[in-house]
Design a protein around this ligand. Structure first.
Ligand code: ADP
Ligand code: MG
Length: 698
């Protein structure tokens, strides 16, 4: 059979050049293969007819068979509509059109049998079907209809008469034109072992199932395949890298680590911190390159873990670098790490975009000749002028702000691969971690340092500001500090800045007795830094800010986090912001302030936030609410989630299962030589060529 990927969609009967252009532009459908893989977004059971006498106005979609007895135009101006009085002998309902009246009257004749389909509503005591689907009863036999597919279409498509039912016809035509079954994409033994249906049947049934069970089997086969190939790709890549990349061997833990541990450690490590450090120590002495993802909730103490790991690298004669997503955060890491290491023979340096000229030169040369042991940096480290003497360990803090390509760039600064530790800002769901970072080993800090009191989180409406201000005042008078955060979706949005500045004005008027800082993304880094430092030092009591303070900032004395317009924030952002308080010994509070009007989704977000402090639980909920494609991080990391049919929020178990199968195949057939598996490697190559984003996952 000719490869459907090679047949231009315009040659399908009913398409032609101008419709083909629209299909290409609107849905990226260019070939017969693309059309075949344009799956319906829902199916509706159209195998059953209702009688008008049964309808109660509360029903989902229904289908009736009868005749239009007469037409009538009702109302004037924008309310004008065409009503078709429709009867099936058991009763009377109104078919209603707000547009195209003349066309409708011409198209659907009186006293002719039609099947109409729509959702009944009650209006003025009569049952209405607005803009129903209508088909000639002669053309259709009910048994043929079964579950009917519905396809997403766009306005431009509709103008070319490419409606959902037109799409359905095109797919029908496509299937009718196929002379042979669609070739299989999985090995025969594999299909049998996993009780899958054939690809040919699955593709047919995903469009035209006869019943829900057929639909379910078709979906299962296609999801299975989709997730399986993603996992096969990631794991194959990880296997290859393990074979290829000899890692640096760090045989000793070293004096630095021991001295720090004995003399400087400010508090005992939690068991989770100890376990994670041990895992990394073993990795770095295994002879293979470490590629590890460190997950831990906000405040679980990832920085200290990273620092101890870096000390091991340094004792073994290498340099270490920690990369932070913002200057504020890099500067704060620099301050904490330098003060913790004071008195120990480690040369710590900071490199950010605002360190220029004369100040920058000695840092760059120190990195080149190895005089700098530990570098704390922002993106600035990726510039071509930066090179290392012997970079042995890279820590990427708050990973989601860095893309895969950026990570790769840092690796390439060396003749050999450094060990890599990636730390996430907030936990991410397991399934997402397995897909985004599927080639990384995962360590989890699942324990907070002792003595932390969970942050008390409450929801307040705008109107309750007065009591809120009173609460802030009480807390500050007890010696605490407060954050007040305004949304800033994009740093360039002027509106948001205005909100912030107005907010600042109000706060200064309400609290004349306190010193107030303001920080936002449009300030010069130096000004931002100065304001931050004033707050850190306790010179100011209130910090009015945008989400620039979201990631990582540590001021243990702050006990109040007020989030204005909390409905505009995503769950992981809210959780991150809340993580800025609750870092000291005193009870902390997070107040989510919203307007009265809330969408269902924002109400759910607020509800989850007030219910739990557990970042892992929040991450799962976030993915369920928004879908994996919208999670922060997936977009920023440059990986579009082009999953056709599988859903990481719902198909977690299946993902886990196919991952094991992929692992087994790679272990059983490591040199990819078994003939029965040839189809796998061939399909993988094809998929990678076809979908650039998809291959970027590895
Ligand atoms: P995150 O994991 O969010 O990056 P940090 O590394 O910023 O968290 O740590 C949060 C706070 O907890 C810091 O003030 C840090 O000094 C403190 N901390 C870290 N480990 C411990 C520990 N084992 N016991 C007590 N406090 C700790
Ligand atoms: Mg941190």
């Amino acid at each position: 059979m000719k490869d459907l990927r090679l047949i231009d969609i315009q040659y399908l009967a009913g398409v032609g050049p101008s419709r083909a252009a629209v299909l290409s532009k609107e849905l990226n459908i260019n070939t017969l293969h693309d059309l075949l893989y344009y799956f319906p977004y829902k199916h509706i059971d159209r195998s059953r007819l209702y009688y008008i006498s049964e309808i109660d106005g509360n029903m989902p979609y229904i289908q009736l068979k009868g005749r239009i007895l007469s037409y009538e135009t009702v109302g004037t101006g924008r309310k004008m509509r065409l009503v078709g009085h429709f009867s099936d002998g058991t009763g009377l309902i109104d078919l209603v059109w707000f547009q195209y009246g003349a066309y409708i009257q011409k198209r659907y004749k009186l006293n002719t049998d039609y099947i109409v389909f729509g959702k009944p509503t009650v209006f003025n005591g009569r049952i209405n079907l607005a803009h129903p689907d209508i088909e000639s009863a002669e053309d259709l036999t009910l048994s043929e209809m079964g579950l009917r597919p519905y396809y997403n279409t766009t306005e431009r498509m509709k103008r070319m008469n490419l409606t959902s039912s037109a799409m359905q016809k095109l797919v029908t035509t496509l299937f009718a034109s196929l002379k042979e079954p669609i070739p299989e994409t999985l090995p025969a033994y594999f299909i049998e072992q996993n009780h899958l249906i054939s690809l040919d049947k699955a593709l047919h049934d995903i469009h035209f199932p006869k019943n829900p069970e057929q639909l379910r089997q078709a979906e299962f086969r296609l999801k299975f395949e989709e997730l399986f190939y993603i996992q096969l790709n990631i794991l194959r890549y990880a296997h290859a890298r393990q074979l290829r990349s000899k890692g640096l061997r760090f045989p000793i833990v070293g004096q630095l680590f021991h001295d720090f541990y004995a003399q400087k450690l400010p508090f005992p490590l939690t068991n989770a911190q100890k376990r994670v450090i041990r895992e990394m120590r073993d990795d770095m002495n295994s002879g293979r390159q470490m590629n590890r993802l460190l997950q831990g909730d906000v405040g679980s103490g990832k920085t200290l873990v990273a620092m101890l790991t870096m000390l091991i690298a340094i004792s073994n004669g290498y340099q270490a670098c920690i990369m932070a997503p913002t200057e504020i955060l890099a500067e704060q890491h620099f301050a904490t790490i330098s003060s913790m290491l004071e008195g120990l023979p480690v040369n710590v340096a900071l490199l950010t975009g605002s360190i220029k000229g004369k100040k920058r030169e000695p840092i760059l040369s120190g990195l080149r000749d190895g005089n700098v042991n530990l570098l704390i940096a922002t993106h600035a480290v990726l510039e071509d002028t930066v090179s290392f003497h012997a970079l042995g360990l890279v820590v990427v803090d708050e990973q989601h702000r860095f893309g895969v390509a950026q990570r790769a760039k840092l690796w390439s600064k060396n003749d050999f691969l450094p060990h890599v530790l990636v730390m996430t800002a907030t936990p991410i769901p397991r399934t997402l971690a397995m897909t985004l970072y599927g080639d990384l080993d995962v360590s989890v800090i699942d324990e907070l340092p002792p003595g932390r009191r969970p942050v008390v989180t409450e929801h307040r409406y705008d109107k309750e500001k007065a009591s809120l201000y009173q609460f802030i005042r009480t807390q500050i008078n007890e010696g605490r500090q407060a954050y007040i955060v305004y949304p800033l979706i994009k740093e360039s949005e002027k509106m948001d800045l205005k909100n912030l500045e107005e907010g600042y004005k109000i706060i200064t008027e309400v609290f004349p007795e306190f010193n107030i800082s303001m920080v936002h993304g449009q300030m010069k880094p130096a000004d931002k830094e100065r304001e931050m430092q004033r707050f850190v030092a306790g010179e100011t009591q209130i910090m009015v800010a945008t989400t620039v303070i979201e990631v990582g900032v540590n001021v243990p004395n702050a006990s109040v986090m007020i989030i204005e317009n909390a409905e505009r924030f995503g769950l992981s952002q809210l959780h991150q912001l809340r993580g800025r308080v609750g870092r000291g010994a005193s009870q902390s509070y997070c107040i989510l302030v919203t307007s009265f009007k809330l969408t269902d989704e924002s109400r759910k977000r607020i509800e989850i936030m007030t219910r739990t402090n557990d970042g892992f639980e929040i991450a799962e909920a976030d993915m369920k609410l928004r879908g994996p494609g919208d999670l922060e991080g997936t977009q920023q990391s440059g990986i579009a989630f082009d999953l056709h049919i599988a859903n990481l929020a719902r198909d977690g178990q299946l993902l886990q299962h196919v991952r094991q199968l992929a692992e087994k195949i790679l272990n059983d057939d490591p040199d990819e030589s078994r003939p029965e598996n040839a189809i796998l490697w061939q399909q993988l190559r094809l998929l990678k060529k076809e979908n650039v984003n998809w291959s970027a996952i590895s």
